[in-house]
Design a protein around this ligand. Structure first.
Ligand SMILES: *Cc1c(COP(=O)(O)O)cnc(C)c1O
Length: 415
């Protein structure tokens, strides 16, 4: 028995059950992944026990000779991976990274601009329930009603009218390339700092499967646990001229001690993301998403923007006559884990929307490819076309489990 099983059998049991769930299901939530086992090992180490407020060489506590080594490696590898002047790897996650960006450049009440949540933007890009939409004068752009692509005419006219200090681009539910150059041109014209939030796509960018905002956005924020396959964490990359402002904003502006285990995990992930295998992984994530999208369309699903350029597919379930939540819950019973999601201009409420959002990062990390994507598309259609047929759904769950047995998930023990 492990220490945890002896000391806290309730938590040990829940972790074992979660391991089994992560093994036997096809996890299609596009923000989720399987972190590398080496990353998990670094995170669950004695680095957890150390306080190290400050930065390498400038700490407020003694005993930093090894922690400095860890953070220096994380910073230098992330800089090399993305080709940036400066990296701060201390933000606790993606949302605190964005909050640090606001704090570096804005005072409460300042005007900022980002994509609205209903168009696929993130809460932290100025949505009204978030601190970003409450403490700042947040102007929101969106997608066109005709094709659900980012409306650059609207971005430009709102930017000219409101002159934001920060212009955020990057999304959480947008299946197409983010055209950083077009945002950069608008930001330059109105004197805004362009912030590219690459939380979802940082692994695709690192692996060369999505264009990079480096050289176009002065500031880049990201999570480290989505397509990048690192620990749950955040980072901010920037041009040299913003280094001081960003570092000061993260610490002492917003946070106390960095999570050193996470920093080590980021260092490991950045190293692994520089390998040819990761390049292949990033390419496979996108090709799998395209194959899955095509099969879903053949089986009668309506895809927002008609397809995907990245790891993510957003579906409108209206033609199927099934609300997004009912579909997502039936799929979950079949071992296919998705999330219900609003679609642009959704006539339904956020808690009961028309859409389902899916993505391929986690199933691609298991080594699944085109054949499995075709099969998955068929299973999804069979479930959604028979949402009340529990026998059929149970049968599909068994088939999903059998497929998952053939593709072990990285870092997930099978008990
Ligand atoms: C996931 C996400 C975040 C927030 O990350 P957390 O780690 O959940 O705080 C920020 N921005 C975008 C675009 C995201 O997709």
């Amino acid at each position: 028995m492990s220490e945890l099983q002896q000391m806290d059998p309730e938590i040990a049991d829940l972790i074992t059950k979660e391991e089994a769930r992560q093994h036997r299901t096809m996890r299609l939530i596009p923000s989720e992944n399987y972190a590398w086992p080496a990353v998990m090992e670094a995170c669950g180490s004695v680095l957890n026990n150390k306080y190290s407020e400050g930065y390498t060489g400038k700490r407020y506590y003694e005993g930093q000779e090894f922690i400095d080594g860890v953070e220096s490696l994380a910073v230098s590898r992330v800089k090399q991976l993305f080709g940036v002047d400066h990296a701060n790897v201390q933000p606790y996650s993606g949302s605190p990274a964005n909050l640090a960006v606001y704090f570096a450049f804005c005072k409460p009440g300042d005007t900022v601009m980002g994509m609205g949540l209903p168009s696929g933007g993130h809460l932290t890009h100025g949505w009204k329930v978030s601190i970003s939409g409450s403490y700042f004068n947040a102007v929101q752009y969106g997608v066109r009603e005709s094709d659900h692509r980012i409306d650059f005419d609207q971005v430009a006219s709102l930017a000219r009218e409101h002159k934001p200090k920060l212009l955020f681009c990057g999304a959480t539910a947008y299946p197409r390339e983010i055209e950083f150059a077009r945002f950069a041109e608008i930001a330059r014209e109105v004197g805004a700092i362009l912030v590219a939030d690459i939380a979802h796509i940082s692994g695709l960018i690192a692996g060369g499967a999505h264009q990079s905002p480096v050289g176009l956005a002065e500031v880049i924020s990201s999570t480290t646990h989505k397509t990048l396959r690192g620990p749950r964490g955040g980072m901010i990359l920037c041009d040299e001229k913003h280094q001081k402002a960003i570092d000061k904003s993260v610490f002492p502006g917003l946070q106390g001690g960095p999570h050193n285990g996470t920093t080590a995990g980021i260092a490991v992930a950045a190293k692994l993301a520089m390998t040819p295998e990761f390049k292949q992984y990033a390419a496979n994530v996108v090709s799998n998403a395209k194959v899955l999208a095509a099969r879903l369309e053949e089986r009668g699903f309506a895809l927002i923007t008609g397809g995907t350029d990245n790891h993510l597919v957003l579906m409108d379930l209206t033609p199927k006559g099934v609300p997004g939540k009912v579909a997502a819950q039936a799929l979950d019973r079949a071992g296919i884990v998705t999330n219900y999601n609003s679609i642009p201009f959704d006539p339904r409420k956020p808690f009961d929307p028309s859409g389902v959002r899916i993505g391929t990062p986690a199933i691609t990390a298991r080594g699944m490819g085109a054949a499995e994507m075709q099969q998955l598309g068929d299973w999804m259609a069979d479930v959604v076309d028979n949402v009340t047929d529990e026998a059929k759904i149970a049968g599909i769950a068994a088939e999903v489990k059998a497929l998952c047995d053939k593709f072990p998930a990285p870092g997930v023990p099978v008990s």
